[in-house]
Design a protein. Structure first.
Length: 455
């Protein structure tokens, strides 16, 4: 492997295999250093991932799954109170506190001093109690990693075990690819890495002010999963080719409806039915196409009736490709589907969703966004701190009823430039880099750390 330094990269599920292994990220990173990838066997088998001289794949399962169930799903979830005022945590706890063991521990938490119930305290306890992995030690001895990389700072059990194990072997850690909402909705499961690579200055500010990271330990790279949006692709289709391929009408505008993780909004199939009904009754200008892209963690069966019925100018499709095993989900986005998503955003005219990252992606393409804000139980979602700026800055419009939804669709079809300045402000604030080089900045920071740690 030459004189290059070595990193271990842990990939827990298909979300991150899509980001790392179906983009140019892994090719570029492995041109700078030796990369040893640890991932579940079911993920690696049949993945058809890029191979290179400085790249090694190792099948790796969670070594102590019961340990992480106890600490993650029971102790941390029940006892840590630091995030009790976070709107998304309030919602999640309302759903998750039905287990009697969690209820008992929650009661106990009010009898203990708050300084004992902090994520860093739990990480210290986990580091002390987690058995030292002989198998991992053999890989450390063989490859001598200078850094251990995880997508998130411990928000999956796979990442958590990698971070805590790294601490036991005194190898520095870097969280390289976590999402814009993670520090708000995942703080309970936070395990402190030595460094963070983040999307934008907003996330860096949160890491520095609320998680007490030194500013020079948090690097803003941009968003590697969005790089493809800013790079031309010789395989890209024209608008007419794309829509005709989907069985849609290029002469009409296109409404994009994207769904979210199951349980976050239960009524999306009903929403689709409403859109179809309103269109049939002539409520929309023209007879717009309706293109539905289902989230990888959606309850697909809710949409089966629409997929099997021949409805004019309607296309319902799943994101990604089905894999045989469930690892986080059963769906992985490969190069073809990532290209399909870019086409979808490029050639849609208005995007509809509930509280989705797709809002940011639509804004990249300057597409108007309508967020569903009915029934009333879904209102609280728009108070979540990661998403609230999109609403406050007027980059998205909230529809409080089906009639308002129709109104905003027609307004945006008539004038797509409406709210354009607000979308531009959000794009500058959240996206930052639009050069398609975020993966290179990400990898360059890792290389810088490797050089610094070797001195």
């Amino acid at each position: 492997m030459g004189q290059k330094k070595t990193v271990f990269l842990f990939i827990p599920n298909y979300v991150y295999s899509s980001d790392f292994l179906h983009t140019t990220y892994i090719q570029h990173l492995s041109s700078l250093c030796n990369v040893i990838i640890f991932a579940p066997p079911d993920l690696l088998n049949g993945g058809n991932y890029w191979q290179g001289p400085n790249l090694t794949y190792i099948e790796w399962n969670l070594q102590h799954p019961r340990f992480w169930i106890v600490f993650g799903k029971l102790l941390r979830y029940s006892l840590i109170r630091r995030f009790d005022t976070e709107p998304v945590v309030i919602r999640n706890r309302r759903k998750g506190m039905r287990d009697w063991k969690r209820k008992v521990l929650r009661t106990i938490s009010y009898l203990l001093p708050p300084f004992l119930l902090q994520p860093d305290v739990f990480t210290a306890i986990e580091t002390f109690l987690l058995p030292r992995s002989k198998k991992f030690g053999e890989y450390v001895s063989k490859y001598k990693p200078s850094l251990i990389l995880t997508p998130t700072p411990g928000f999956t059990h796979f990442d958590a075990e990698a971070i805590v194990t790294a601490k036991k072997f005194d190898v520095p850690t870097v969280a390289v690819n976590f999402s814009w909402d993670n520090l708000y909705n995942g703080g309970i499961h936070f395990r402190r890495t030595d460094y963070l690579i983040v999307w934008n200055e907003l996330i860096k500010d949160t890491a520095v002010k609320e998680y007490k990271y030194p500013p020079d330990s948090v690097f803003v790279s941009g968003i590697i999963r969005f790089d493809r949006y800013f790079i031309s692709d010789p395989k890209e289709l024209s608008r007419e080719e794309f829509l005709m391929q989907k069985g849609l009408n290029p002469q009409e505008k296109t409404i994009l409806l994207t769904t979210v993780t199951k349980g976050n909004y239960q009524d999306e199939h009903l929403l689709l039915g409403e859109l179809i009904k309103y269109r049939a009754n002539g409520a929309f200008q023209g007879f717009p196409n309706i293109l539905v892209r289902m989230h990888p963690k959606e309850e697909f069966q809710k949409f089966e009736a629409y997929k099997k019925t021949a409805i004019k100018n309607l296309r319902v499709e799943k994101a990604g490709n089905e894999r045989l095993a469930e690892i986080g989900s059963t769906t992985e986005l490969d190069e073809e589907d990532l290209r399909n998503l870019k086409h979808t955003l490029t050639y849609s005219d208005v995007a509809i969703n509930y509280l989705s990252t797709i809002s940011l992606e639509a804004i990249i393409f300057d597409k108007p966004v309508i967020n569903i804000n009915y029934p009333e139980q879904y209102h609280e979602g728009y108070t979540f701190r990661h998403y609230k700026p999109l609403v406050d800055l007027g980059a998205v419009r909230l529809a409080y009823s089906p009639d308002e939804l129709v109104k905003w669709v027609n307004k945006f079809i008539s004038d797509p430039s409406l709210d354009d300045a607000n979308r531009h402000r959000v794009k500058n604030l959240f996206i930052k880099y639009t050069d398609g080089m975020s993966h290179k900045r990400n990898a360059a920071f890792i290389l810088l750390l490797l050089e610094e740690n070797s001195q």
